[in-house]
Design a binder for this molecule. Structure first.
Ligand code: LLP
Length: 444
């Protein structure tokens, strides 16, 4: 029986609110994403596997284009990158933010126009800079004083490179200490308060081959409130007015970074992209009017909010263990494909798919298969009391910072990425095999 023939119930509300909009319920407890049954995906491609809903990625790109028609929207490639992803983002009219020669080369060799790419990094390697200049990257974001002379020298006396400067606006925001980047106590950017941003800007303006197009800031990640962005924007406009007063330079761009938060579990807050657009637009025109400054072109760099909710991780249960009061449900993946719970203590909402539970629910902790007690995927979640080996577990909002941060721990191998769209599925990135590990191991 085809999925189209089933009386599928749209699942956009309630417990499936954080799933891709295309998610539908199928008989026997199965779910379809992008018109494809998750049970079928698990059978066909094996587990663990990551399912990526192409329609959801494209829909999210369009939400940004619609909310920010006047701005430049750069997709932050660090959240997840593959050649298909490069193409989708390009077709939807977004630019790209990359932070290594690897991300840059993959994007350019997949056909992305280098002038629409921005290169970041607090410690750009010689290889990063060489690739950026060779491929003709649009802008390089200067993150520290030592980069100014380095980039100028690499560009050469007759060369030309557009740059921005990453400024620390002194605003604390973000879902966890490790992903807050708006204050001076972390490694990124140049501070406003001690004058290091101002000094760097003066030096860049003195370099003939560097064209300073604007300022950049990124206050943090998994931010769910609009207000910190507005505070940061006001400070950035203040600095732009100072630059005009001191140097007579009017910078045409202001990049407010990314960090837009999403809900990982039903009921959690997410950043409202439309409210952010409205707020930034109002604050921008007000601050610029007050400073007598021409309104710069806004740039934003969302990563998670574009791809996170479009991904679903699929695992097979390998073991269920009752230890004292606790129930541990162990699956065939873990911290090697999703280090986020171990790193940031984040919570997910896994659910059983592929059969109707025969019992009520009970609290369990979903753990991975790695040799480490911290290998936890989801703490204290409600799962059917009859959960058993062979069951399928699906974890929504798995598209960002999971596979892009995946490791080779225990030589388990990284899962494949399966794209789904309108009832069809295809492999975007194949499973990592023992042969991959073996072929890199060239010593004896
Ligand atoms: N722009 C810059 C300069 C960034 O550093 C980042 C993220 C972004 C944009 C995109 O931020 P997003 O919209 O995706 O939040 N591994 C962590 C997140 C680290 C974010 C690093 N920078 C996590 O899994 O939560």
């Amino acid at each position: 029986m085809t999925i189209a023939a089933l009386s599928a119930i749209p699942a956009s509300a309630g417990e499936l609110s954080v799933w891709p909009a295309s998610t539908t319920r199928l008989p026997h407890g199965d779910l379809a994403v992008g018109g494809v049954s998750l049970t079928e995906i698990a059978d066909r491609f094996d587990t663990p596997a990551y399912v990526l809903d192409e329609g959801e990625v494209r829909r999210r790109c369009r939400t940004y284009r619609d909310a920010f028609p006047e701005a430049e929207v750069l997709y932050a490639a660090k959240a997840f990158l593959s050649r298909a992803m490069v193409r989708w983002v390009e077709e939807e009219g977004l630019g790209l933010d990359v932070c290594s020669a690897g991300e840059l080369e993959l994007a350019v060799t997949a056909g992305f126009a280098p002038e629409r790419i921005v290169l970041h990094g607090n410690a750009k390697s010689p290889h990063d800079l060489e690739a950026a200049l060779r491929l003709g990257v649009g802008r390089i974001v200067i993150d520290g004083p030592s980069e100014i002379a380095r980039i100028a020298a690499a560009v050469g006396p007759d060369g030309h490179q557009k740059v921005m400067v990453r400024v620390v606006p002194g605003v604390s925001a973000g879902g966890h200490d490790k992903i807050r980047t708006g204050t001076e106590d972390q490694k990124f950017g140049l501070a406003l308060t001690d004058g290091s941003a101002q000094d760097a800007i003066a030096r860049i303006l003195g370099q003939r081959q560097l064209e300073l197009t604007g300022l950049h800031c990124h206050i943090g990640s998994q931010v769910t409130d609009v207000k910190p962005y507005l505070v940061a924007l006001r400070r950035m406009i203040g600095l732009m007015a100072c630059i005009r007063d001191t140097h007579g330079a009017v910078l045409p761009e202001l990049d407010m970074g990314g960090g837009h938060g999403v809900a990982y579990r039903p009921g959690e807050p997410a950043l409202d992209v439309t409210a952010l657009a409205r707020g930034l637009r109002a604050e921008l025109s007000e601050s610029c009017a007050a400073a007598g400054l021409a309104v710069p072109r806004l740039v934003i760099e969302p990563g998670r909010a574009v791809v996170g909710p479009a991904g679903v991780a699929l695992y097979r249960v390998l073991a269920v263990k009752h230890t004292g009061e606790k129930v541990f449900v162990a699956v065939d993946g873990g911290m090697s494909d999703n280090p986020r719970p171990a790193l940031y203590g984040v919570r997910y909402a896994p659910r059983l798919v592929g059969r109707a539970p025969a019992a009520g629910s009970r609290t369990a902790t979903v753990v991975g298969r790695h040799c480490e007690a911290g290998d936890v995927l989801a703490t204290d979640v409600e799962l059917p009391a009859d959960i058993h080996p062979g069951d399928l577990l699906a974890v929504p909002v798995a598209g960002a910072y999971q596979l892009s941060m995946a490791s080779g721990y225990n030589m388990v191998g990284r899962p494949p990425v399966i794209a789904v769209l309108e009832g069809t599925s295809r492999v975007l990135v194949r499973r990592e095999t023992l042969e991959d590990f073996r072929s890199r191991d060239v010593g004896s």
